[in-house]
Design a protein around this ligand. Structure first.
Ligand SMILES: [Zn+2]
Length: 389
């Protein structure tokens, strides 16, 4: 992966990492542009004012930031509910279509699935009601003449316009997400209901996937209709349909893959025995070995012949090429002492969870304090491929 496509980590909320995908910048700029050139000038009645409207631009930026904060609140609701229900949460990523809370695991029961799915739209509704409340309240106060000869005399309109916009946008966000197309929130609610009735998660997910694809087809129809009427907004729906179609399939296949990985142990899939290198080797020598005879990753050995760490291309690449000559394996390797591993009796699914949670390519397989092999995404992918997944 090129680093440019990696989401930027911007911080944590309640311990949950928040990331921004580069595609988010595009939608942010589009939103600011749309608000500053059309929606707010119309709402404020300053559409035909001359000169650059700095106040309107500032207002558009503030409103866009508040809208994205609303999206984060929506995703945070999903993430925190998942945590309450004991499902691991990897983080929240904002991207072109809004946000997504990455849940590390499949929910264990229909009730858990239902609760995690429903709280997002619920929070969006609450924000919409609060914003609408502020809008109504400001108008009532203005009607009573409360702002007369105060700083709010002219400023209240600006606040009211933003509040009205946020109410509208959050209402739309809640309603859109409640569409019964998996993996949208509404589709997840649908899956939870089918799952509760059929008592079969796989079958429920299959039917939910069909709901997602059905919704995508509907979006294409509506989007095409709008496009033919000459409105570019229809293109947006087509893009969203494509995204939903793919996401529905991916969610179903990821469930199938999990089912398969549950039935096989780490010991059956791991790569062993591992080749060994001295921890005193320079990274340049190691990289050369990797290029010729040594298959990464290798086990780093100290003078006494004890395994002390694991070193693969991932670790080598973290060091600048210019420093490969002067850097030893011991400085770049993942030391075994602090690194968690899996045992050969663990399920492959457990290994996958660990890889995902730690954003790693491979982990050590440890038995009785000894490294007996390694298991990584490559091994899991090869197994799934062989199983036709
Ligand atoms: Zn949601």
């Amino acid at each position: 992966m090129f680093p440019i496509f990696r989401p930027w980590h911007i911080g944590r909320l309640f311990g949950i990492p928040i990331r921004i995908d580069p595609s988010w910048v595009l939608i942010f700029l589009l939103l600011v542009y749309q608000l500053a050139t059309f929606i707010f000038p119309v709402a404020l009645g300053v559409r035909f004012r001359r000169g650059i409207a700095f106040d309107v631009i500032a207002l558009a930026v503030i409103a866009s930031l508040l809208l994205f904060a609303s999206v984060v609140a929506h995703e945070l609701a999903h993430a925190l509910m998942a945590r309450v229900r004991g499902v691991s949460v990897l983080g929240i990523t904002l991207f072109i279509f809004g946000g997504v809370a990455q849940i590390g695991d499949e929910p264990d029961s229909p009730a858990t699935e239902f609760l995690i799915a429903i709280v997002g739209p619920l929070i969006s509704f609450v924000i919409a009601i609060l914003a609408a409340g502020i809008w109504i309240w400001l108008q009532a106060l203005e009607g009573l003449g409360t702002f007369y000869r105060t700083p709010l005399q002219s400023a209240w309109v600006y606040i009211a316009v933003v509040a009205f916009y946020l109410a509208q946008a959050n209402l739309l966000l809640a309603l859109f997400n409640l569409l019964p197309g998996f993996p949208l929130d509404g589709g997840r609610v649908l899956r939870a209901l089918i799952w509760a009735i059929l008592k079969d998660q796989k079958r429920a997910t299959y039917l939910a996937m069909l709901s997602g694809r059905g919704m995508a087809i509907l979006m294409v129809a509506v989007g095409a209709f709008i496009l033919f009427r000459g409105e570019y907004g229809g293109g947006w729906l087509l893009l969203m349909a494509w995204f939903l179609w793919r996401a529905a399939g991916e969610a179903y296949h990821s469930l199938l893959a999990r089912e398969l990985l549950k039935q096989v142990t780490v010991g059956e899939l791991m790569r062993a025995p591992l080749q060994r290198v001295s921890e005193a080797l320079s990274l340049r020598e190691l990289a050369e070995s990797f290029a010729s005879w040594l298959r990464p990753p290798a086990l780093a050995i100290d003078l006494n012949g004890n395994a002390v760490g694991i070193v693969g291309m991932e670790q080598v690449k973290q060091v600048e090429r210019a420093k490969w000559e002067s850097t030893r394996v011991r400085q770049a390797m993942l030391p075994l002492g602090v690194d968690v591993g899996v045992t050969s009796n663990d399920t492959a699914l457990h290994a996958l969870k660990l890889l995902t949670e730690r954003e790693r390519e491979e982990v050590a397989v440890i038995q009785n304090g000894q490294v007996v092999g390694i298991i990584g995404r490559e091994e899991l992918a090869r197994y799934l491929q062989a199983q036709g997944e």
